[in-house]
Design a protein around this ligand. Structure first.
Ligand code: DHB
Ligand code: MG
Length: 237
């Protein structure tokens, strides 16, 4: 989250990310290698994509969660330049990612990044709007021609957060983990009078998961180099 109007950025948030990343992400056997992650971000920036990918700590959190849940079939909604996709693909050598991206230009950047990283044989970047692609994937799961997912990461247009969760539920195994990015929005999540469509999309997914017996969820507020935002995490019953 990069919008400086949302909240004043405390420099300690970045300092702690810098400190912890320097100790926890720099092993000689780190996967993906820091140089590959840097090349991904550099290509994304040189291609004019917005600087809204997850932070290194958030990316590794996604990777470790996918690994801890032994997820082998992972769905991502919102590929951007493939930075979070690369973290997820690196959760296990057999992990397969289906990542949905509305922009063909962004998808081309992501594919180049995933190719350079050596994971493109396990990642399928599908170009199209999530609201059109996800029902198609759900139909494939229903017909038995696509495996169910164990992990879903939603980081696309915030207005459709709930629609993505709702459709994803039809193609998740019991026990699957669903993570939705950017629900806290500098604390505006708690503003019941908000007119911001992104915050409204975050409130809708929180409230709908709260009354949906198919899911059990919580929100983790996060500060860091990307300022103040957070993940919604839910487990499919
Ligand atoms: C913003 C941040 C994100 O991580 C994202 O996925 C979309 C938007 C933002 O700060 O505006
Ligand atoms: Mg995001």
């Amino acid at each position: 989250m990069t919008d400086p109007t949302l909240t004043k950025h405390d420099p300690r948030w970045t300092d702690v990310d810098t400190y912890t990343v320097s100790h926890l992400h720099s092993s000689p056997t780190a996967i993906p290698p820091p140089s590959t992650l840097a090349a991904t971000l550099a290509h994304q920036q040189a291609s004019g994509l917005p600087d809204i990918a997850v932070s290194p700590s958030q990316g590794k959190y996604l990777q470790l969660t996918a690994r801890a849940t032994r997820s082998r079939h992972i769905l991502e909604v919102g590929t951007l330049g493939g930075y979070s996709t690369l973290w997820l693909a690196s959760s296990h050598p057999d992990a397969r990612i289906t990542s949905v991206e509305i922009s063909a230009d962004n998808a081309a950047v992501a594919r180049a990044n995933l190719e350079r990283a050596g994971v493109s044989d396990r990642v399928d970047v599908v170009v199209g709007a999530g609201v059109e692609v996800l029902p198609r994937l759900a139909d494939e799961v229903k017909r038995g021609v696509r495996e169910k997912f164990q992990f879903v990461f939603i980081d696309a247009d915030k207005e459709n957060n709930w629609n993505y969760v709702d459709v994803a539920l039809g193609m998740c195994e019991a026990g699957a983990v669903v993570i939705v990015d950017n629900v806290v929005r500098g604390g505006h999540l708690a503003d019941a009078s908000t007119q911001d469509s992104m915050v409204l999309g975050a409130r809708r997914v929180v409230e709908n998961i709260g009354r949906d017996d198919r899911l059990d969820g919580c929100v983790l507020q996060v500060v860091g180099e990307k300022s103040y935002d957070g993940f919604l995490m839910a487990v499919v019953r």
